[in-house]
Write a protein that binds this ligand. Structure first.
Ligand SMILES: Cc1cc2nc3c(=O)[nH]c(=O)nc-3n(C[C@H](O)[C@H](O)[C@H](O)COP(=O)(O)O)c2cc1C
Length: 337
């Protein structure tokens, strides 16, 4: 297939379309990431889904088989502060050992790990929820940065600035390749992000209904019916704001937070990752803090990931055509000025 768009992101990752499929705990496994790579975008196996390093290693090897040796990435989500028992170091050992090409980091500043990753030839894209953190990431030598806006599924940070503002602001203040995420679910948004100065987009929520996502069909059917109002922000009280699907859990957690009972010990029994994992396995979405962003409205049917990517590409072409049709004055303007 032809390369429709060439940006610093397509060059950095060797991809056909400037789209990244971000890390998804419990869901971004080898099948999903290989489907992304084989569709011409880049995906990241999510390290935190594995109980131990050997589980991650086996998944990396499985992905290599599924992509026929094409490069892919691993997501390493870190806690805001280095904590005892954290497995970050071990994950990076496996990533380097296995010759993984790309890492998406999130959470705290990855500075301490950059020299080791770069020495091993691993490219690092760091994901942040605010432009000032992106500037910091640029200063410590990451290869690219993703800025997500308030619309995103998962962690939008504490400032909750929308993606449209973040994109324009980030493009003005960064020199390294820039990816914009948060609420992106259509090819027109991809073109808009490029127009604002980004090199590509990051997508999480729009891909949750893909056939390759290892979750129960009832979960995907629920998302396919959901519109842009079906998400809630929780956990602001513990400075770990999350955008999740509205359900029984969000009602309880919001009530506890409003009553001032928003400490992590009280909230954990409702929001622990294991409850979310159960929801993915059973399709019962009433309980669990299930990361979902506002772009769930665009995730309207269950289909192969390649078909979703193809749709985004077609929409991008339509958007470019629309721009072309309204820009006839551009060449005249150039001649005259
Ligand atoms: C179900 C789900 C799980 C996620 N898990 C992770 C994760 O483990 N690590 C991470 O860095 N980001 C995670 N994210 C965030 C995504 O990688 C991405 O930044 C976000 O989904 C982009 O915004 P969007 O949902 O509006 O497309 C998750 C998002 C979703 C929807």
């Amino acid at each position: 297939m032809t390369q429709l768009l060439t940006t610093r992101l397509t060059d950095l990752f060797g991809i056909r379309l400037p789209v990244l499929a971000g890390g998804l705990q419990w869901l971004a496994n080898a099948d999903y990431v290989a489907a992304a790579v084989n569709a011409g975008i880049m995906g990241f196996i999510t390290a935190a889904s594995f109980a131990d390093n050997e589980g991650l290693r086996a998944e990396i090897r499985r992905c290599r088989d599924l992509t026929g040796g094409k490069p892919f990435g691993v997501n390493v989500s870190m806690l805001p502060k280095l904590a005892e028992g954290e497995r970050t170091d071990g994950f990076f050992d496996v990533i380097i050992d296995e010759g993984v090409s790309f890492v998406e980091t999130s959470g705290r500043n990855p500075e301490a790990y950059i020299p080791r990753l770069h020495a091993a030839g691993v490219k690092v894209i760091h994901k942040v929820p605010a432009v000032r953190f992106a500037q910091k990431a640029e200063s410590i030598g990451v290869d690219a940065v993703t800025v997500v806006g308030a619309e995103c599924g998962g962690h939008p940070g504490m400032d909750l600035i929308g993606t449209f503002v973040q994109a324009a602001l980030a493009a003005q203040s960064l020199s390294i390749p820039l990816v914009i995420g948060g609420g992106v679910g259509t090819g027109a948004q991809l073109v808009a992000a490029l127009a604002m100065g980004a090199d590509g987009v990051l997508i999480g929520t729009r891909f949750l209904v893909a056939d390759e996502i290892p979750a129960h069909g009832d979960y995907k059917r629920h998302l396919a019916k959901a519109d842009e109002r079906e998400t809630e922000l929780i956990l602001e009280s513990v400075r770990n704001t999350a955008r999740v699907l509205r359900n029984e859990t969000t009602a309880i957690v919001k009530q506890l937070e409003a009553q001032g009972n928003g400490d992590i010990e009280t909230l954990m029994p409702y929001v622990s990752g294991q409850i979310g994992r159960r929801a993915y396995l059973t399709g019962e979405v009433a309980r669990g803090a299930l990361s979902v962003g506002q772009s769930v409205v665009f995730a309207d049917r269950l289909e192969p990931l390649a078909d979703i990517v193809a749709k985004i590409e077609e929409e991008a072409i339509e958007a470019l055509d629309r721009l072309g049709a309204c820009c006839e004055g551009l060449s005249l303007h150039r001649v005259q000025s």
